[in-house]
Unconditional design. Structure first.
Ligand code: SF4
Lengths: 618, 336
């Protein structure tokens, strides 16, 4: 602004990636940039990408930790395909991110980290800053380490290591300058974070400020950018990740049931943050229980459900594999509970910190015997709130465990959340049968509600309702152990029918675009943003194509078959080998389905989906 | 919770309408009968009592009790009981398990339930054999036990349920026996009174697959010569004529005859609060020693649910009862 040679360019949206060593604080830097942009009023969508190792060898490609944010003046649904601006703290970060960067994009590098040793660790034969391989990009070389040390040279109480740990805030300050943002949100965050260590708050603030003025005074950057606030729906917003939204949705569900929330879980990536978000909420009567293993977590949830709490467990695919037997028991006992699977790349230990949708079949069928469990999947980080609440509602409605299939992308991505008014969220009615005296009619634990087929939720402590449940096959109505062929058959059918009838109380499948035609794109879960954006782009380009997205995977919405049969071809992009495609083909005997698979441990890019649509429609 | 006045209960109130299906002569019958007998005497309303079991012969127990109950899956009863105790800390919860269910497939859960001091009573029916699967050796079978799965004798060293429980810092550890009905009833009552995990090993006779396991000590007439009954504050005297005792020789317990060189004053005096003594007693194995019967350890520590509910109360006092609107708006917000 003070500098007439710098021009401010207005952009509708921009994708920025902060990349560095996993110890460089890139997640924090990205989060700070996002918070400021969100408060400024941009629509935002973020995606952290970090290694499974807490501290992978410093400077190596395996240790690169990235945080991508998409800011826009429009409504956006994904963190963006390709960054326009890359902040690379070392050679490995540059190397790992360069393939994604837009041609002509801006690269800011910390030249101090481009030492021969670091270049070698990143498998560079020659220095990319010198060998011309970055021609075609706008490269800004900044000696971040030197500048930060210089900035803090008077702070004698700090070690050099302390000072170097402030260089991410120097980089953040520069980025704020380039994008014409204020420092105040980050400054007050630092004050709070380091309330007990004011000299660290001071040092980071100094680095932040100096970074900002470095941009202003040095003329390194010829262009600055501004992205106007988005025209979001009126209201108060906060930023929320999928895991945070699940936690809040569960707390809401429990409150609306008038129940304590029991959350029994064993730590596992990428689900642990749900536990971390719930554990501090003791004042909501949230009773978290860190179990000794996955099986124990599932067992504890069964016990808590039997005892009358809203019982929930959260895990990832490997954990679900261990929980399988107990999930079967839960299904057999017909107790309400919620089982969250935050999917990661599989099989086995797979890609713990990466995304995949390959647990759909596991969730639907991965148990012994006929063992139907309703399955829901959030379509975005904010939708995870609604899905969590919905899972609670359906669990109680039908007296059944309900599964939620989130994923590693939704779990850690964030977007603005229009904060709801809790008073406008409906109560979830819970009817425990009343106590009985000896002269009253006997109590039948498996006498079903005629409409929902739910059995009564009689909880210990209620006089006169003493009864036994268990995993052995049982007689209808009494629930007594029975190996009678007709009893077994009837109970298997009733449990299946009960889940099927949930279709009566869930919304129908919506179609975006014409209700019939040549091509329908079908998606489920966390791929919504990319698929929806790609289809909208294709529609805008004049292609006739529609989109339908499943949030309910068992049972399917009532109109599913009708919708699917209205199209000549159905394209199903999935981050797996075609699991929803397999189920839809089998369920509805459809031969119109084309699968489009991706197993890279990364979300779909809008562009690759668009290319596929063009190929099919062009 | 119920607000009505508790009913006067008797044994028959605890008998369910299901036919008991254990083998004739099985030790489980006696345990069931004692349980039904003592429950009216523990001062807990029937609706507040829950039996949870895993899989195995003993795990059919809940079906025969006219209380709340759950027959769950193999080895997992402690996990279910833990969740239940957290959801409703006011219940009297009983876990019924066996040496296979509790120490093999469910060993991990057993340790952790005990370590957390969850307020449950865990009854481990030890018959040193797998009954329901028709006679394989179990984790408590003596080395060399010949079974269908170990025709040349089992190679493994057995687990001692008591030392395992003690190693997991159990606050209540006891042992009793199916045929010793009066003693069994007393130990069950003591367990019911204890807050926190009560772990009870019950020597139980599988008449079909391991009928001679407790030979010597299962005979009422000779038993007092072969086991030592523990009483807090009392010396360890045993024998039909109270003529034998246990003294400590260095760190080692030693059986001595009374009346000659040794008197009662030389004997170990039982102390339920001593972890060290508990280990010594728990290691006294038949037939080298008379195995101890009764309460080996009984100390008071906060149980898991009490600790958790204390945190809930403290948090509510400090931050007020949770309010959703405040929760939603925690952190950075902005208005459009
Ligand atoms: S097999 Fe053994 S333990 Fe099982 S019921 Fe028969 S006698 Fe009892």
């Amino acid at each position: 602004m003070s500098d007439p040679t710098t021009q401010i360019v207005e952009l509708e949206s921009v994708v920025i990636r902060f990349a560095g060593d996993s110890g460089d604080g890139m997640q924090l830097t990205g989060t700070q940039f996002t918070n400021t942009s969100a408060v400024f009023g941009n629509d935002i969508s973020t995606f952290p990408d970090y290694p499974a190792e807490i501290r992978a060898p410093a400077g190596t490609l395996a240790g690169v930790s990235g945080f991508q944010v998409n800011l826009s003046e429009h409504d956006i649904l994904t963190p963006g395909d390709s960054p326009y601006v890359l902040i690379a703290m070392n050679p490995a970060a540059l190397k790992a991110s360069l393939p994604d960067l837009q041609r002509g994009g801006i690269i800011i590098v910390n030249t101090d980290a481009f030492t021969p040793a670091n270049l070698k660790k990143a498998d560079y034969d020659t220095n990319p800053l010198e060998d011309g391989s970055l021609a075609g990009y706008e490269v800004h070389e900044v000696p971040l380490t030197t500048l930060t040390r210089e900035t803090l040279k008077d702070m004698e109480t700090l070690t050099t290591k302390d000072k170097d740990r402030c260089q991410n805030f120097f980089a953040l300050g520069m980025t704020f300058w380039i994008f014409d943002r204020e420092l105040s949100v980050s400054e007050s965050w630092l004050d709070q974070k380091f309330a007990k260590k004011p000299e660290l708050a001071e040092a980071n603030k100094k680095a932040l400020e100096t970074g900002y003025y470095f941009g202003e005074t040095t003329e390194v950057f010829r262009r600055r950018f501004s992205i106007r606030p988005a025209a979001l729906k009126k209201g108060t917003y906060r930023k929320i990740t999928g895991n945070e939204a699940l936690a809040l949705g569960l707390v809401t569900g429990a409150k609306k049931m008038g129940k304590p929330l029991f959350y029994g879980s064993y730590p596992i990536t990428p689900a642990s943050d749900i536990l971390h978000n719930l554990a501090p909420l003791r004042n909501f009567d949230v009773r978290t229980f860190q179990a000794e293993d996955e099986i124990a977590a599932m067992g504890s949830v069964i016990g808590a459900a039997f005892g009358g709490a809203l019982a929930v467990t959260g895990t990832s695919g490997p954990g679900v594999a261990l929980k399988g037997e107990a999930m079967g028991l839960a299904m057999m006992l017909e107790l309400p509970m919620v089982i969250i699977n935050v999917q990661r790349g599989g099989p086995s230990t797979g890609l713990p910190t990466k995304v995949e949708q390959s647990d759909l079949l596991q969730m639907l069928y991965g148990r012994n015997g006929e063992s139907p469990i309703p399955v829901l999947a959030p379509q975005s980080p904010t939708d995870a709130f609604d899905i969590a609440y919905e899972a609670c509602r359906l669990a109680v409605h039908a007296m059944t465990p309900v599964a939620i299939l989130s994923d590693g992308y939704l779990a850690n991505s964030s977007e603005p959340w229009l904060i709801p008014n809790p008073d406008e969220i409906a109560d979830i009615p819970v009817n425990h049968p009343a106590e009985r005296e000896e002269e009253d009619a006997p109590f039948f634990p498996y006498l079903r509600n005629e409409e929902s087929l739910a059995r009564p939720w009689a909880i210990p402590g209620t006089r006169g309702l003493e009864h036994r449940v268990g995993g052995l096959s049982k007689a209808p109505i009494t629930g007594n152990v029975s190996y009678e062929p007709k009893h077994h058959s009837q109970m298997v059918r009733e449990r299946a029918e009960k889940v099927a009838r949930l279709a009566n109380v869930i919304p129908e499948l919506k179609v975006d675009g014409p209700g019939e035609g040549d091509l329908l794109v079908v998606s489920w879960g966390g791929t919504f943003g990319a698929v929806h954006t790609a289809v909208r782009r294709a529609q805008a380009a004049g292609f006739e194509v529609s989109h339908a997205h499943f949030r309910y995977l068992n049972p399917f919405p009532k109109n599913t078959e009708a919708v699917l049969r209205n199209f000549k071809r159905i394209l199903i992009p999935e981050l797996n080998m075609g699991q929803l495609a397999f189920v839809l083909r089998g369920t509805f005997a459809l031969d119109t389905i084309i699968t489009y698979s991706k197993m890279h441990g990364r979300p779909f890019k809008i562009s690759e989906l668009y290319d596929k649509l063009e190929e099919l429609l062009g | 919770m119920t607000t009505t006045i508790p009913l006067e209960l008797s044994k028959k109130d605890f008998v369910s309408d299901q036919t008991v299906r254990w083998c004739p002569g099985c030790g489980d019958y006696a345990i069931l009968a004692q349980m039904q007998k003592i429950l009216p005497e523990i001062g807990v309303a029937k609706e507040d009592i829950v039996f949870i079991s895993g899989i195995g012969c003993s795990s059919r127990f809940p079906y025969y009790m006219n209380t709340y109950g759950m027959h769950s899956i193999h080895g997992r009863a402690p996990t279910i009981a833990s969740g239940l105790a957290v959801a409703n800390p006011d219940l009297s919860i009983w876990v019924v398990t066996g040496d296979g269910d509790g120490l093999s497939i469910g060993g991990n859960h057993l340790i952790h339930a005990i370590r957390r001091n969850v307020n449950v009573n865990i009854l481990l029916f030890n018959n040193r054999i797998y009954g329901l699967t028709k006679g394989q050796y179990s984790p408590t079978s003596r080395q060399g036990t010949r079974t269908k799965s170990s025709p040349m004798g089992s190679i493994e060293q057995p687990l001692n349920p008591l030392t395992l429980a003690l190693a997991a810092e159990a606050t209540f550890v006891a042992r009793t026996m199916d045929v010793d009905t009066k003693h069994l009833g007393e130990v069950l009552k003591a367990a019911a009174e204890h807050k926190g995990t009560s772990f009870i090993e019950i020597y139980q006779n599988c008449v079909i697959f391991n009928p001679n396991e407790w030979a010597g000590i299962d005979d009422r007439k000779t038993r007092s010569d072969h086991v030592v009954y523990l009483e807090h504050g009392k010396p360890l005297v045993f024998g039909k004529n109270n003529d034998k005792g246990i003294r400590l020789n260095g760190f080692k317990p030693e059986v001595v005859e009374l009346g000659g060189k040794f008197t009662e004053a030389d004997l170990i005096v039982h102390d339920e609060s001593s972890q060290e003594l508990a280990f010594i007693l728990a290691h006294m194995e038949h037939p080298i020693y008379p195995p101890p019967m009764g309460v080996i350890r009984n100390v008071t520590k906060q149980d898991y649910s009490a600790g958790l509910m204390e945190q809930v109360e403290a948090a509510q006092k400090q931050k007020g009862v949770g309010d959703l609107a405040t929760l939603y708006s925690a952190g950075e917000t902005w208005t459009v």
